[in-house]
Design a binder for this molecule. Structure first.
Ligand SMILES: Nc1ncnc2c1ncn2[C@@H]1O[C@H](COP(=O)(O)OP(=O)(O)OP(=O)(O)O)[C@@H](O)[C@H]1O
Ligand SMILES: [Mg+2]
Length: 328
């Protein structure tokens, strides 16, 4: 990026309240300054970013973003949690077809007024399927981030266990909230509604909850985006699939995407020229989340022993370690 691009990116991320991107561009400016010999300025800028990041702590509501109109209170607060994610689509490493489908959802949501004027409804209910750690929850956060909407997460298994017998009534409260506060609503672990998962004496209850859920889905006329996610699609009732406008499958990353996950995570860390073939083999079969953790582990190893670069060896070791953990 040129200086002009950096300034534009800074202004844009400021306007969008995207602190993460703002600081990341500031660090790119520092890196560029360091390369061109302005090491003092580069260091001062890095220190400033560190200081400000620390001062801001890990607040979920980034400054400059809309403040929640209605924080869930009372009963609702037990059913869902709210956040204002700053994640963007660019943070995700995805198969092209998955990315395209998510971008389509964003585009239809952004232009819902135009669609509705002509009698069409935007894609509004999407079901995400795939193994753990492939980016389903992160996608919900990125959709909320891109659409500048609050993200509400509903843990169905938690609700069912906690409110046995009253679950359907609790679900109604959640669906009422969809109408009242436009947002992205993530129903995580919807396989909790799969009868097979229930203990035998709970089957009747699960069935009732499933029926209410299907009914609420069908009656939902809110302008909220409803996302359901599961890593056990085989437990889902076929009737659930039919209620969704789009079903998106998240596969484990192949070698190319595994490399992208590593590159992304180590973007700000010097890496010795990697022997990709060895890394590909070690990453094969691991999820995005596991590869991310392995990359972090390797980077921290280098820092802890005072080395300036991450080596192929340490990456391969960290990836192999994840295999052992996952499969033991
Ligand atoms: N597609 C991806 N691109 C980049 N990073 C990813 C991706 N998927 C996962 N990660 C990393 O792994 C972490 C966990 O991923 P996430 O919570 O989205 O997984 P999930 O698919 O929701 O898993 P689960 O089924 O267990 O809920 C993320 O915070 C991120 O660091
Ligand atoms: Mg998840």
């Amino acid at each position: 990026m040129t200086t002009a691009d950096h300034v534009k990116a800074l202004v844009r991320s400021h306007a969008e309240g995207d602190d993460t991107r703002f600081y990341s561009v500031a660090l790119q400016v520092a890196a560029r300054a360091a390369r061109s010999g302005q090491s003092r300025f580069a260091q001062e800028l890095r220190d400033l970013v560190d200081e400000l990041r620390k001062a801001q702590g890990q607040t979920v509501v980034a400054p400059g973003r809309p403040i929640p109109v209605a924080k869930p209170r009372g009963e609702l607060a037990d059913l869902l949690s709210i956040s204002y994610p700053a994640k963007r689509m660019a943070d995700l490493v995805l198969e092209e077809s998955v990315r395209e489908q998510l971008l389509r959802v964003i585009s239809e949501q952004r232009q819902q007024d135009r669609l509705q004027e002509q009698g069409f409804s935007p894609l509004q209910r999407i079901l995400l399927l795939g193994p753990p750690g492939t980016g389903k929850t992160m996608s919900a956060r990125a959709l909320a981030g891109e659409l500048r909407l609050p993200l509400f997460v509903i843990r169905l298994d938690g609700i069912i266990t906690k409110f046995m017998g009253e679950t359907a009534a609790k679900l109604r409260l959640v669906f009422d909230a969809l109408v009242e506060t436009r947002g992205v609503y993530l129903f995580d672990e919807v396989d909790a509604l799969g009868g097979e998962r229930a203990r035998s004496n709970d089957v009747g209850e699960i069935r009732r909850v499933l029926n209410s859920f299907l009914q609420f889905l069908e009656q939902d006329e809110s302008e909220s985006l409803l996302i359901a996610a599961t890593n056990h699609p085989e437990l889902l009732d076929q009737a659930i699939f039919r209620r969704f406008d789009a079903v998106i499958a998240y596969p484990l990353p192949g070698p190319e995407l595994a490399r992208a996950v590593i590159r992304n995570r180590l973007a700000n860390v010097p890496v010795a020229i990697p022997a990709w073939q060895e890394i590909d083999e070690a990453a094969c079969g691991l999820s995005h989340a596991e590869i991310t953790l392995a990359a972090e582990h390797a980077a921290k190893d280098a820092i802890l022993v005072g080395k300036d670069t991450v080596t192929t060896r340490s990456l391969v070791d960290a990836l192999s370690e994840r295999h052992i953990r996952t499969h033991s």
